[in-house]
Design a protein around this ligand. Sequence first.
Ligand code: DP6
Length: 311
Amino acid sequence: MTRAIAHPNIALVKYWGKQEKPGNLPATPNLSITLDSLTTQTSIEDYECDEIWLNNTQVQDTKISTFVDTLRKDFDISPIKIDSENNFPTSAGLASSASGFAALMTAINQHANLGMDAELMSQWARQGSASAARSMFGGFVALLPPMWCAQNIAPSSHWPLNTVVAITSKHVKAVASSQGMEQSRLTSPFYKTWVSSSGDDFANATHAIANKDFEQLAVVAELSCLKMHSVMLTSHPTLAYWNSATIECMQVIRQLRDQGTAVFFTVDAGPQVKAICLPSARKTVQGALDKIPNVLETICCAMGEGARIIP
Ligand code: DP6
């Protein structure tokens, strides 16, 4: 049996929308930090036929089976049992597909002796879920053309940010990301502007990270997040991933920043809010988010490592 572990990542410059060619290629460059406390552990063993188990339940998951079948076109992989477990809510806007495909790719690579390096695994993981390409690496990670394999642009030690995740609902999200993105590409009047302005956001965020400029990173990350949600909200049918506690968390985070606390928010395709802050601000941020009614739980994360094999 082979086991791998991977962490979700949180995009500071978002990916929302795909190119119109094969390979699951994002329409925009994007950038994330990998988190440490949230984990997916995946084990692989030889079996009489393919089986997929997710959080102790056997499932039919076409995204996973298609991914394995695509790998089989290039590599010899015998039937396997995949057993994957998350220590956080699955498919609820906490990037479970990112950590899931990164852990799966890492485990299969080792189990079937595919001999891929991290860059190649990242390219393959991207075909399962584009954000998974980023979870192959730790620290600050960029996913950009022309190769669309992720790369580490700075280690965690460069600027060890903290993230406080506020869980506002544990329900599975209503519309999966891939479907939502396609809806946005086809119908949102803001989609073209979103794509054409993403290069500037990416450049500003990379500059902010290189210079450890918290205010610049806060402004560009919140802008990228709010632009993505504007595209989602103006898609038809509309994609509304927030609930009232999501909005309250965002307001509290803005107030804290106005009062001098180094924190900003980001929100993905779900109602959870991620508050990114300097380690010195973590207690204040967590305390403030814990007080909000309908915040069910907060989870603190430092920056994590990339996907890896575990004993
Ligand atoms: C909102 O990577 O889940 O989290 O490639 O279709 O599997 P697929 O999409 P996925 O989308 C992530 C979207 C996001 C923003 C981000 O992580 O960049």
